[in-house]
Design a protein around this ligand. Structure first.
Ligand code: PTJ
Length: 248
């Protein structure tokens, strides 16, 4: 039981979800380490969605609304923290949901599928019932993807992705939206759009932006995208972190 008035309530709540997900076989062992690393960076941005992150979130919303075939990739940490939000967002965007794991095992796929179904997902790709295709340039099995999902997607959202796979996806011509609290990770630097924010805050904020931009014309959405530069946005995120140290 975490008291709601605890100053680190949200952070402790996430920790609890991560530990529960680990115990129920959803999370990879390394998912705990990844979460801890994320927490450290979150601390440096003040555990809030910065103006810089809002810019990338707005751009991601525009990209997702213009996508012909958007796919949201789900791994263990994402399923543990934001499964309901992912299902809600996929519904609004008419996007596909695909389980795509770095540490892929049949047991974890089943456990994550259960969580997504419980959150209301009707169709989930990337499970063991499918004939998976392989992305060029990646060793088995983390390059295995659904032929109906990531394989033919034009836009892929990959919260907490690894650098190799982001690189391979971008190389294969996909537009990749990453959520990564570490602005210096290879994923952050390789993705087309990087949201430097906690997934627990950025997915709800992304849903808000999608709803706000939903009825805007294509020209306006394209203008938002053209005004965005990922490298500059990452530099701004680093400045936010440095300033938080200077303000100390
Ligand atoms: O479920 P699987 O098998 O696909 O494995 C998932 C993990 C995350 C274990 C795997 O992809 C991995 O090892 O990732 P990395 O290389 O540790 O990268 C994870 C990145 O996510 C790090 O840069 C963290 O800072 C960042 N991160 C961690 N928690 C969050 C986060 N970013 C946003 N929100 C978070 N809550």
């Amino acid at each position: 039981m975490i008291p709601e008035d605890h100053p680190r309530y949200q952070s402790l709540l996430s920790r609890e979800k991560i530990v529960d997900a680990y115990k129920s076989g959803i999370l990879a062992d390394a998912g705990m380490i990844a979460h801890g690393r994320g927490e450290a960076f979150d601390y440096l941005i003040g555990e809030k969605t910065t103006a810089t992150a809002r810019k990338s979130i707005k751009t991601a919303a525009a990209v997702l609304l213009l996508a012909k075939n958007p796919v949201i990739s789900v791994n263990g940490n994402t399923a543990a923290l934001v499964s309901s939000e992912i299902v809600e967002m996929a519904g609004i965007l008419n996007a596909k949901i695909e389980i795509n794991l770095f540490y892929r095992t049949e047991e974890r796929i089943k456990a994550i599928l259960k969580v997504l179904n419980r959150a209301g997902a009707k169709e989930v790709l990337g499970t063991e019932n499918e004939d998976l295709k392989h992305i060029e340039g990646l060793n088995h099995p983390r390059g295995d993807v659904s032929s109906e999902g990531i394989y033919k997607a034009d836009v892929i959202m990959v919260p907490l992705e690894d650098g190799d796979r982001t690189e391979a996806l971008v190389k294969s011509g996909k537009l990749v939206i990453a959520v990564d609290l570490n602005p210096l990770s290879r994923t952050a630097m390789t993705a087309s759009i990087t949201i430097v924010d906690n997934i627990t805050r950025s997915i709800p904020c992304l849903i808000e932006n999608v709803l706000k931009l939903k009825n805007r014309d294509r020209k306006e959405l394209k203008k938002i995208i053209n005004n965005f530069n990922n490298v500059n946005n990452l530099k701004d995120s680093l400045r936010v972190m440095l300033n938080s140290i200077n303000e100390f």
